[in-house]
Design a protein around this ligand. Structure first.
Ligand code: SF4
Length: 286
């Protein structure tokens, strides 16, 4: 069986940066440090960080006074960050600069007097952080079925931004649908999907056409990994989503001559390598 590892599989720059910042903060502090939520969306990475004294908390009340408190790579509502600073924590913000840029574009649109529409998933922490820039005034749309809920005045000026991990094709479809629904409104659109996410999506669209099976490796909590699974599933009927190698069943690869492995931006190399080794060992091919 031919096993193809996608070139862009695995850690992105923003995830590597967040982990490096957290590790450095722990070393400098010489004691445990805390993260408000999961630093990145991968349980194995979070477990590894916790074993090194970088602990997840859900609430600031769980953090000893004066401790180092890290903000995750996906960002957070600026008011919560301000609150942490006001309470005397040593705040280290690992928000990816690409997410910070989305905050900047949103602020710029607000300064231009525009209403904000966020294309993204309303329950995702990054979208909550972007919405926080607008003090909750932004309207959020995650798919075509939600378009009907938007309330936009006919004379409004609208700025549209996207969650960095959104499906790029779906973003374009949503923008088109928005423009068709309100032809008199001039929408200013910032395609703020991350370049690493676009590369991964583009790559899997190409590869999924050429193989008999696709394995997407990552956490169910990872937005960009879920998007990769959705895209690959639409193209290749035999697409599997696993968080680690133990979830793979050799039976799933009966009759498969070629398989492609891709992985989300928060999936570490060692997990990907084990999946690839498992597949290559299935019939002794390399
Ligand atoms: S996927 Fe993109 S936006 Fe998200 S952390 Fe990685 S580099 Fe930053």
């Amino acid at each position: 069986m031919e096993v193809i590892l996608a070139e862009h599989a695995g850690f992105c720059w923003g995830v590597k940066r967040a982990i490096e910042m957290a590790t450095e903060a722990r070393e400098k502090a010489g004691t445990d440090v805390y993260v408000l939520g999961h630093l990145v969306h991968n349980e194995e990475v979070v477990r590894d960080l916790e074993s090194n004294g970088i602990n997840v908390v859900e609430d600031m009340d769980q953090v000893p006074p004066g401790s180092v408190l890290l903000i995750t790579a996906h960002g957070l509502d600026y008011k919560i960050i301000q609150q942490a600073t006001d309470r005397g924590f040593q705040v280290i913000d690992t928000t990816c600069p690409i997410v910070q840029n989305v905050h900047k574009f949103t602020r710029r649109f607000l300064d231009e007097g525009r209403e904000i529409v966020i294309i993204g998933h309303s329950d995702h922490i990054e979208v909550k952080g972007i919405s926080g820039v607008t003090d909750g005034r932004a309207q959020i749309v995650g798919d075509i079925s939600e378009l009907g809920q938007l309330r936009i005045a006919p004379d409004a000026h609208v700025g549209v931004v996207a969650q960095t991990t959104f499906n790029q094709n779906e973003m374009h479809q949503l923008v088109e649908a928005l423009e068709q629904r309100s032809p008199d409104i001039l929408f200013k659109v910032k395609d703020s999907i991350c370049y690493d996410v676009k590369d991964k999506q583009h790559e899997i669209r190409e590869l999924a056409r050429k193989v008999d099976a696709v394995v997407v490796v990552g956490s169910r909590t990872s937005s960009n990994t879920n998007r990769l699974f959705e895209i690959a599933s639409e193209i290749c009927g035999r697409t599997l989503f696993v968080s680690k190698v133990d979830e793979l069943d050799p039976e799933s690869f009966q009759g498969v001559a070629s398989v492609c492995v891709t992985a989300g931006a928060s999936t570490p190399d060692w997990i990907i390598e084990k999946v690839v080794a498992f597949l290559r060992d299935l019939d002794g091919t390399k």
